[in-house]
Write a protein that binds this ligand. Sequence first.
Ligand code: MSP
Length: 475
Amino acid sequence: MDKYFVTTPIYYSNATPHIGHAYATTIADALARFHRLKGMEVFFLTGTADHGQKIERKAQEQGISPQELTDENVQKFKDLYSKLEITNDFFIRNSDQENHWPGAQALWNKLVEAGDIYKDSYEGLYCVGCETFKTEKDLDEDGLCSDHNTAPEKVVEENYFFRLSKYTGKVREVIETDTIDIYPKSRKNELLSFIDSGLEDISFSRPKEKVGWAIPVPDDPSHNMYVWCEELSNYITAIGYGRDEKSFKKWWPADVHIVGKDILRFHAIIWPAMLMSAGLPLPKAILSTGLIISGGKKMSKTLGNVISPFEMIERYGEEATRYLLLRHVHPFEDTDVTWERLDEWYTAGLVNGIGNLASRIMKLAEQYLDAPVVRPEPTSFVQEYSDAFNNFEFNHAADYVWKKIQELDERIAEEEPFKVVKEDAERGKEMITGLVEDLYIVGRLLKPFMTHTSDVIKKAVLENKKPENLFPRLS
Ligand code: MSP
């Protein structure tokens, strides 16, 4: 059986999940569901990054341990996923000493064996917000991190380094030749010019007294692995690297890593170099998504424009939240999301769209058909819809379904089966049967987006009954 392995980033568990986390996990879920429906064996991985200075400091401020802080937040991620009916096969935490640490350390040893780890003294600028070292060109004119608006900390210490520079040519080649397919293509060119500006060796460890909440470097207890070096390895440790070789061989390489555009470089440059150093196969594709902003600005507590996925669920319901994310957030570009727009999208696509159509058609069916319309289950998906999924254009896959919904609405308006059936019962029934058949197809196409709605529509058809009110009007 063909296999499909899809991953999300492991999200920092220093806070509760935000809309960006909900988005990446929901598109990964839609991909997983789509491939399962095609009959493939799927492994869908998500999880959290619990280590690092940011989390350590926040826990300290709150007077609790980093373990307690991350446990609390991880529970919120899990609550969110259960509401959104996320079907991940595993949830990896990089603080998981049983499942993650052995593989992270085994990978480190492989890099050492390849001669790609060395110790050196380091003088640099560290942004705790990003959990990365910064170079001058990463900072704005005031010397601040442009993502966090804070001055990075000066760091002078001994670190282990990874010979990233050695892999410059090879990494360039895998990107250039689409050995790792970068989506969207425009970011492939950005990566190539970044590589051409020169890759430097990078720090892979921090002294234990600076970062205590992390994984120890094998054979050197005075150093801990630096977050990115061991966070990236979650993609292989979760499926068994370093503890279950058979499972690892079965699932690796990943078919796609889903990441935000801000962390594409880590995934498209550092991660492939690490894998090459360890002699492991490379992921097949990386999807780099745009960011969700609100009212033209980055979401922030200070601006008061944060839209939380929990609030979305409260206002629109779980299924509608999935719909809004999958159809209206652009997979590649930044998307401006405000409550006004969400309300409009909800009403147009759900209340007046699928909700209204399903109830109109099934009301006619219930009234005029003597028995349920039985239809053989289709075995494949139409090309346009499949292509959209294969190109990670979730919005287009949904557009395809909503085009069908609109066509059905128009057909009802033009053919007026509710009138015809009163004058010519046979012809009217034929028309209604045709509408029910097409509604059933719409229901099936909805499955990766809105599983419950899809089931309700199918059930309504099989029982020949008007369904419950699917999407209530907003008050
Ligand atoms: N821990 C690292 C990832 C390690 S993966 C080996 C990390 N975590 S994060 O929680 O800060 O970010 C996780 C993801 O959320 C990133 O892909 C990032 O792009 C995404 N988003 C953060 N803010 C976002 C929006 N406002 N909109 C969409 N996605 C956003 O980075």
